[in-house]
Design a protein around this ligand. Structure first.
Ligand code: S3P
Length: 450
């Protein structure tokens, strides 16, 4: 079960060469932030190209529960009438964030410095994920939290009455933690400082500035030092959400491993804190090019062209790049299975606390499809077969994880025998048009009877 609907067992068979354009949906990270920052400003924020995946729809629902008005105009156009920094009302009921770690963690931060109480829950995947990484810094502002053992949801946050600003060094490379602290800092008088030893995606910083907050970033020996001045009046914005590079990764990687393919994925946001996969694929000798490079809304954007790449080689992926491609390791491990030699992915402990333990779950599913995978606590390595070589014929469990489901369906497109998954429905959380979009390119997916 996806938590939001019935399970969809699915199989993927060898595809015909992929051709055409793949228009992937809006960026998940930017979509969550657009709704939350819209709700924290006074007046109407207009959003174009919002990702209408379940994760983001759950955040929209949560913003309504905290008193903002979120209006859908159709075609990914939304407006948010915000209540201002410190203006959140106390929700009448439990906030269900579904599968969304980003949603729940950012919203916890956004409400933690307002004197209201809110209880959060989520689906079976989200209820297993650690929230202590968020509640520890929120406690420094004066917020209290009461959750299940191990800092798990359901969890109640009692917002601070007299929040004090904090100085916090991130113990893990996490944009969710950084963002929760910055959003909490909005309603604390004075300067909140977040130090990140390793750079993570910087959408929150860019967008806070866009909404008019005073925010400085300094590169120092300690890392990136981000200073936010509390209690700004956020001004509503018109936001055009860029298309999601993490979703683009799926059709791009499908084309690289499927014989005869040549596709274009237009208008993809290539913020350097997000684009690590594409650099890695090029290092592996993938035939991947960036066309029409341009700037849109202060972000680099390009059309990605991906062609079948029979000469890909396994590499050691630079661990320093991990944060910029953290969501892309599942699909990279599939591409690695079709490259010559071993691909080593180190410095990736965070993969163990995503929607599922992504190292464990990918390794099990790849092994079921004939691939040799070695793993340690914070690394894993895949032995590639070269083009068309993955035996396939195996079944993979997806554990309510969209990226696992999509990765195995892509694997089946080029494996010798079909690859099946117990439940493809999690793709609805981040890439609701995945099935149709991939079929239009040439995928051979079938829904299996339960
Ligand atoms: C996200 C941050 C990442 C990423 C997630 C989206 C964000 O999580 O995995 O899909 O929008 O801030 P971490 O911050 O926990 O690494």
């Amino acid at each position: 079960m996806s938590g939001h609907g019935p399970a969809i067992p699915m199989s993927s068979r060898r595809a015909t060469p992929l051709n055409g354009e793949a228009h992937v949906p809006g960026d998940k990270s930017v979509s969550h932030r657009s709704l939350i920052l819209g709700a924290l400003s006074v007046g109407e924020t207009r959003i174009t190209g919002l990702l209408e995946g379940q994760d983001v729809l759950d955040t929209a629902k949560a913003m309504r529960a905290f008193g903002a008005e979120v209006i859908e105009h159709g075609n990914g156009e939304y407006s948010v009438h915000g209540v201002g920094v410190g203006g959140f009302a106390e929700p009448e009921d439990v906030i269900d964030c579904g599968n969304a770690g980003t949603g729940v963690r950012l919203i916890m931060g956004a409400m933690a410095t307002t004197p209201i109480t809110a209880t959060f829950t989520g689906d079976g995947s989200l209820r297993k994920r650690p929230m202590g990484r968020i509640t520890d810094p929120l406690a420094l502002f004066g917020a209290q939290s009461y959750g299940r053992s191990g800092g798990r949801l359901p969890m109640t946050i009692v917002g601070a009455k007299d929040p004090v600003p904090v100085r916090y060094t991130l113990p893990v490379a996490s944009a969710q933690v950084k963002s929760a602290v910055l959003l909490a800092g909005l309603n604390a008088m004075g300067e909140t400082v977040v130090i990140e030893p390793e750079a993570t995606r910087d959408h929150t910083e860019r967008m806070l500035r866009g909404f008019g907050a005073e925010l400085g970033v300094e590169e120092t020996d300690e890392g990136r030092v981000i200073t936010l001045t509390g209690q700004p009046e956020l001004t509503p914005q018109s936001i055009v959400v860029p298309r999601d590079p993490s979703s683009a990764a799926f059709p791009v990687c499908a084309a690289l491993i499927t014989e005869g393919s040549d596709i274009t994925v237009p208008n993809i946001g290539l913020n350097p804190t997000r684009a690590g996969l594409f650099t890695t694929l090029q290092e592996m000798s993938a035939d991947l090019t960036f066309e029409n490079m341009r700037e849109e809304g202060g972000e680099p954007v390009a059309d990605l062209r991906a062609r079948f790449s029979p000469d890909m080689k396994g590499i050691e992926v630079d661990p320093a790049r991990a944060a910029s491609m953290i969501d892309e390791y599942p699909i990279l491990s599939v591409v690695a299975s079709f490259a010559e030699g071993r691909t080593m992915m180190a410095g990736v402990h965070e993969l163990r606390v995503k929607e599922c333990d992504r190292i464990d779950v990918m390794a099990k599913g790849l092994r079921a499809n004939g691939v040799t995978v070695d793993e340690g606590e914070d690394w894993w390595a895949v032995e590639g077969f070269g083009p068309g070589g993955m035996p396939g014929g195996g079944h993979a469990a997806t554990h309510l994880d969209h990226r696992i489901a999509m990765s195995f369906l892509i694997a089946g497109m080029a494996a010798k025998k079909p690859v099946s998954v117990d439940d493809a429905s999690p793709f609805l959380t981040s890439f609701p048009i995945f099935e149709d979009l991939m079929r239009d390119l040439g995928a051979n997916f079938s829904r299996d009877n339960t």
